[in-house]
Design a protein around this ligand. Structure first.
Ligand SMILES: *Cc1c(COP(=O)(O)O)cnc(C)c1O
Ligand SMILES: [Zn+2]
Length: 415
């Protein structure tokens, strides 16, 4: 399969590079690289969205990826997750068409598996055998699983505030790991940008790695196939913004190829305590600056107080689609965890944040009752058990194993 990807292009200086080189950021200016495709050929030749139906994973859509030889594909069946229609929350709000893209059902429990399946496969394709990533927890676990499976030498740097379960999973999946201490998030982004220059080691950080977010385009393909149409609004939790940017890019491709004439409004969601995209969006700016304190929220996976290279791509996706960048309070996130759980899905706080944002957007009139909206539920609550207890509370009732006591309890609970 030759593929339609032609090369890498720098956002900042416009420099063009071969896809065969194991590049992360631009060798000329340090800007972010983007995969370019032969859209004219794609428009001529692509007749169906799911072009490789022999795969029941993101690889069903491999015609939209940089090409990877069969023997280099590292897959655990990631993607093709259920699109679940809300019953409970939709009923509470009196609306019809609210959906959850349930990526808690991914192999390692988070949507990061989309990106790492493609990025690790692609690294193998290039002959790269080692690399590293920074992680708030889920990325490290996913990177570890795919690297170990792909016989790839992986180092995961994990934030000190990450949940201990996530830290342990990185080690369980067999990667090398180190805990990352820092005072503010800007130190991490600075270190990663310098590492690209100085170490020449292949990086898997969103955007610094130009391949990971290409896999996030699969949101657009899967949801469009599952719904039979493009939704009106998408709600994504945003850390670096690889998820929302990739999904937007996927929808733009579908529009370009004639599968739709609509792009969903893209809503990016951050914790209010560290909402740099929201601050930039509210001020109408094309670039975000450091803002807030990323240790002051329960939504660890999307807690960052500074964007990678100003987050320009992410803001562009939000502005161009007619969406918004939103901030949600921890109390609303915990309530959204309960709402989502009553619909049958246990998401970690970061994954419930888009549900809180959807409620906020509905109240503000940003979404209408007739809109079809999708909240992307990016990660399982099981990896952040403390948050489950915080959202749910501990069970308080004890009874003895005795039929009279059981009867009394049933009466008391009015079951
Ligand atoms: C990493 C992560 C995010 C943020 O993803 P980005 O692509 O960095 O914006 C959101 N939710 C969960 C559960 C995550 O693990
Ligand atoms: Zn450049």
């Amino acid at each position: 399969m030759a593929g339609y990807a032609m090369g890498l292009k720098c956002d900042s200086c416009g420099g063009e590079f071969s896809l065969r080189d194991p590049l992360t950021t631009c060798p000329n200016c340090g800007g972010l690289l983007e995969v370019q495709y032969d859209m004219a050929a794609m428009r001529r030749e692509i007749k169906v969205i799911g072009g490789s139906p022999e795969y029941d994973s993101i690889w069903r859509y491999r015609q939209f990826f940089p090409s990877v030889e069969e023997q280099n594909v590292v897959t655990l069946g990631e993607g093709r997750t259920p699109l679940v229609k809300s019953v409970h929350l939709a009923g509470k709000l009196g609306i019809d068409n609210l959906y959850y893209k349930n990526d808690t059902m991914m192999p390692t429990g988070s949507f990061k598996d989309r990106g790492f399946s493609l990025a690790v496969s692609y690294a193998k394709e290039l002959g790269v055998r080692r690399g590293f990533t920074y992680s708030s927890g889920n990325a490290g676990a996913s990177f570890a699983a795919y690297s170990s499976r792909g016989m790839f030498n992986a180092l995961a740097l994990v934030e000190y505030i990450a949940n201990p379960v996530k830290k342990a999973m990185i080690q369980l999946y067999g990667a090398q790991a180190a805990v990352l201490d820092y005072d503010n998030f800007g130190q991490i982004t600075a270190m990663l940008e310098q590492a690209a220059e100085r170490l020449g080691l292949y990086q898997f950080v969103n955007f610094i790695n130009p391949i990971r977010h290409e896999a996030m385009k699969t949101y657009a393909y899967e949801i469009t196939e599952q719904l039979g149409r493009v939704p009106d609004a998408m709600f994504h939790p945003v850390g670096t913004g690889g998820g929302i940017f990739g999904a937007y890019k996927g929808y733009c491709e579908l529009a370009h190829l004639g599968f739709t004439d609509q792009i969903p409004r893209m809503y990016g969601v951050q914790p209010a305590a560290a909402a740099h995209f929201k601050a930039a969006f509210d001020a109408g700016l094309p670039e975000a600056a450091a803002y807030g304190d990323c240790t002051k929220t329960i939504a660890q996976s999307i807690a960052s107080d500074s964007p990678i290279q100003g987050g320009r791509r992410v803001l562009r996706a939000v502005y161009q689609s007619g969406g918004a960048a939103l901030g949600v309070e921890d109390g609303d996130i915990l309530e959204a965890m309960r709402d989502l759980a009553k619909d049958g899905i246990a998401g970690e706080p970061s994954a419930a944040a888009p549900v809180a944002a959807f409620k906020q957007a509905y109240e503000k009139g940003l979404v209408k009752a007739s809109d079809t909206a999708v909240c992307v539920i990016t990660g399982s609550a099981f990896k952040q058990p403390g948050a489950i207890k915080e959202a749910a509370g501990e069970p308080v009732t004890h009874i003895r194993a005795d039929i009279d006591e059981l009867e009394k309890l049933i009466v008391r609970l009015r079951l």
